[in-house]
Design a protein around this ligand. Structure first.
Ligand code: 26V
Length: 822
């Protein structure tokens, strides 16, 4: 074996300065006088990248040598956030870099602001994948993240006249210094056509797939560093390219434009990220995306396997493949195809290998969110896979019938095909049948999974199920986002907490320490000052950092109930106008989040927020006692400014609907108190920090179900509550829509007629709980003590804990330390 370079990087200030100037020449062809801020951002990124790659090379070499058991994480989304700051943090060179750029007349903060983040995910699910890569690397687990290199990630959000406007996210426009393309390692992915059955030379039954077209997948690698260790792992994203840049036949026939057209069509596959929270209408391209990245990833995994082994029966010893929701669930069929068609295995042997490799994480209970594909469409795109799924289903239903003889209802519920209306493939069922482990993402979510959507599967295979409560990385969301708080914590309990979050417990005694509480309050205040400056820059609005910062940032969705928050604001506004509530503290209500482009009611909710902001912020009677801000374009970069500045975190989804939530953890780890329902991970957060340090309100999941069962009538709640009627009346009267009474009618009607998410049922409890919050905020010593206790008790919500549990219970993988000379 050849050894990777053992030369060391000099991380002195002088050396970083010299490297930076050199990169400006060699990578940007610029001299300092003409270099733009972006040139400097790129040059610094290349300086950092060299050091990142150094760690990656040593890691890859170690993993290759030891051929240790490896985790393959398959996810259609990764919301990585900006890379420069995080890599500097993980390399441990922040002080030197800060000084080096300062001596060159630049500010590190300005350079970091230049970075356009790769927004290759919608929200929680994609960001969870990114946190998990961070923790995998930090826990020294050999792992690959596989996904899609979307040319356009999640759209940029602008607010025009109070409405959301979507703008293409051209994140690659100025270049991406963090990825290394590997065009030499591309795979062909086939689509369409038909299958032919027959017998091979040995007389064995074989199926041949005769595809209609194919595209190439090229990998782009982004290293992800661990913190406090030499390990790095790789995020490998696939980009679709045409097989030939010219279709020579078409070219010779003079059909040049058809050849170019085919090229364009192939490259469409990885063009754009789809919203995951919008019901989809037969989107063929989305299915093609899913199969495309799954096919490339599994082919790559097998290539790596065959570097060191020949016996496919050992595949499950060497790899475990985690399916992040059902987006990559077609992998179950693709693995069977690879084993049977390409490697000549018999069905039973192939099935044993397949079901020894996969594990599946479910991320939602909402029935309309469960992925299904029209069978005709599926068969057109993946004819061979459809056949395989039919065969899996046939054998599976026989097994079900052995366990539960003659239970027709059960058979039809568990079938991989739904036959009500048009015939569809149920991807969650495929994922369950093909996996040896199935998990939910918070305790309540896993319990409800077992009782509802996956009830039949749980009855068949209870041993496959477990809970893995989500977590978030403290590196990005504490050390990087909130260095003031991180430094204060380190001064009091030492530096080890960033890799061992249970150490935060050591903060508990400081909750009673007056001097410490003052320092804590000062850090929070500084964060609020900085956020106020960002708000000014982005919206032109002035907000007062001495007010209570009450923040709800997350995707806009009815089940997340941003409109419940709005109803409370309107109620509070009306009371102030009537001279009531005058002793309540002044509040700044901050909202942020994107609505799926096709989700009309969610977009209307944004318009309601901006409409209320317009009225309240300019009402002289209110005189600054309430401000409402919609912070545009919520993304990872903005989030890092927002979480640290929150006094109050809004986690107010209808109980039973939010699988986990992860923003709830990011807020609490930055010292925000939570107002929330007993939903998702809120349940565990409340228990961990203590109910006396958490503002709990609303129906429980059981009560929600019981209330609906009993024939919930939202109009009865409406009729019985004068303040609710008044608040809704102000909306439907046109006060927040420039006098247009029709604008919010769809929202009001849906609340009065159906109220699927029990907004009205929880309204009174929420308003009352918000009054309690107001009173608590007026006792700053007590408030800050609660804030300290929140942080001290939140250690279990580190993604390191989540990943350690996956390693122990599902993946059965061990750490492989990497030694890097430096
Ligand atoms: C999908 C759909 C599709 C149809 C319309 C409604 C709807 C609503 C939500 C979704 C989300 C699907 C998966 C997802 O993103 N789940 C999120 O995963 C996070 C990480 O586990 C978790 O914290 C969030 O609670 C969960 O919503």
């Amino acid at each position: 074996l050849h050894h990777p370079p053992s030369h060391c990087f000099d991380n002195s200030v002088e050396s970083i300065k010299a490297d930076l100037t050199e990169k400006l020449f060699s990578m940007r062809a610029k001299f300092p006088e003409v270099a733009t801020l972006n040139d400097y951002y790129l040059a610094l990124s290349y300086v950092v990248r060299d050091r990142v790659l150094h760690r990656w090379i040593h890691s890859a070499h170690t993993y290759f040598q030891q051929a240790s058991r490896t985790v393959v994480y398959l996810s259609a989304e990764y919301l990585m956030g900006p890379q420069l700051g995080n890599n500097i943090l993980n390399l441990g060179i922040r002080k030197q870099v800060e000084q080096a750029v300062a001596e060159m007349g630049l500010s590190l903060e300005d350079l970091l602001e230049q970075e356009e983040e790769p927004g290759l995910g919608n929200g929680g699910l994609g960001r969870l994948a990114a946190c998990y890569l961070d923790s995998l690397a930090t826990l020294q687990i050999p792992a690959f993240g596989y996904g899609i290199r979307y040319e356009f990630g999640i759209f940029d959000q602008q607010i025009k006249d109070g409405w959301q406007v979507e703008v293409t996210d051209r994140w690659l426009r100025l270049g991406n210094p963090w990825e290394v393309p590997h065009p030499e390692r591309r795979y062909e992915v086939r689509f369409g056509g038909h299958t032919e059955a027959g017998y091979d030379a040995q007389g064995r039954y074989r199926v041949r797939w005769v595809p209609e077209r194919s595209v190439m997948g090229t990998p782009f690698d982004t290293p992800v560093l661990g913190y406090g260790v030499g390990n790095a792992i790789i995020l490998r994203l696939w980009q679709a390219e045409a097989r030939e840049s010219f279709d020579f036949q078409a070219f010779n026939l003079g059909n040049y434009y058809k050849a170019v057209d085919d090229k364009v069509m192939s490259e469409n596959i990885t063009k754009v990220l789809y919203p995951n929270d919008e019901p989809e209408a037969g989107r063929r391209l989305r299915l093609e995306q899913q199969y495309f990245f799954v096919a490339c990833s599994l082919a790559d995994m097998l290539r790596i396997f065959f570097q060191r082994d020949t016996d496919l029966d050992r595949l499950p010893d060497k790899f475990v493949v985690q399916l992040n929701d059902t987006h990559p669930a077609v992998a179950v069929a693709e693995m069977m195809r690879l084993l049977i068609d390409d490697n000549g295995l018999e069905w039973d042997r192939a099935w044993k290998i397949t079901t020894g490799v996969f594990a599946y994480t479910n991320h939602t209970l909402l029935p309309e969110a469960l992925e299904t594909w029209n069978v005709d469409l599926f068969g057109k795109v993946l004819p061979r896979h459809l056949e395989i799924i039919y065969e899996i289903n046939h054998r599976f239903l026989m097994e079900v019938n052995r366990f539960f003889p003659g239970d027709a209802g059960r058979l039809s519920r568990m079938s991989l095909f739904s036959e009500a209306g048009e015939k569809r493939v149920r991807m969650a069922n495929l994922a369950c049948v093909g996996s040896r482990a199935i998990n939910g993402v918070a305790a309540l979510h896993t319990d409800l999974l077992k009782q509802t959507v996956l009830k039949d599967f749980h009855e068949l295979w209870p041993e496959k199920f477990s809970n893995k409560t989500n977590g978030v990385t403290p590196r990005r969301f504490m050390a990087l986002a909130n260095p003031g708080l991180a430094d204060l914590i380190t001064q009091s309990i030492g530096a080890t907490w960033l890799r061992d979050m249970d150490r935060l417990k050591g903060l508990e005694p400081f909750a009673r320490d007056n001097a410490f509480r003052d320092q804590w309050a000062e850090v929070k205040h500084q964060c609020k000052v900085r956020l106020a400056a960002m708000i000014r820059k982005k919206t032109g609005m002035a907000v007062d950092p001495d007010t209570l910062f009450d923040i709800q940032v997350k995707r806009i969705h009815e089940y997340k109930r941003q409109h419940l928050n709005v109803l409370n604001i309107i109620t509070h506004y009306r009371r102030l106008k009537q001279g009531l509530d005058m002793d309540a503290p002044a509040r700044t209500f901050i909202f942020g989040g994107k609505a799926a482009p096709g989700y009309v009611l969610a977009k209307l909710m944004i318009r309601l927020i901006t409409g209320v902001a317009d009225v309240v912020n300019h009402d002289p009677d209110i005189n600054g006692r309430i401000k409402v801000v919609f912070y545009p374009d919520f993304n990872v970069k903005n989030a890092q400014h927002i979480y640290p500045a929150a006094d109050l975190s809004e986690q107010i989804s209808t109980a039973g609907k939010e699988a986990s939530g992860t923003g709830n953890m990011k807020f609490a780890l930055n010292g925000a108190l939570t107002i929330g329902t007993l939903d998702g991970a809120n349940v565990e957060i409340c228990q961990a920090v203590g109910p006396e340090n958490f503002f709990l309100f609303g129906l429980t999941a059981d009560q929600v179900a019981a209330t609906r069962q009993a024939g919930y009538r939202p109009c009865d709640v409406y009729d019985g509550n004068e303040e609710l009627r008044a608040a809704m009346g102000m909306i439907s009267g046109g006060l927040f829509s420039g006098g247009d009474p029709g604008m919010f009618a769809p929202l009001i009607d849906s609340l009065l007629n159906e109220d699927r998410f029990m907004v009205l049922a929880d309204y009174a409890a929420y308003v009352q709980c918000q009054e309690q919050v107001g009173r608590a905020f007026l006792k700053p010593d007590h408030w800050h003590a609660m804030s300290i206790l929140n942080v001290a008790r939140m250690g279990m919500f580190s993604s390191d804990r989540s990943i350690a549990e996956y390693c122990r219970d599902i993946w059965h993988v061990e750490p492989v330390p990497v030694v890097v000379p430096d």
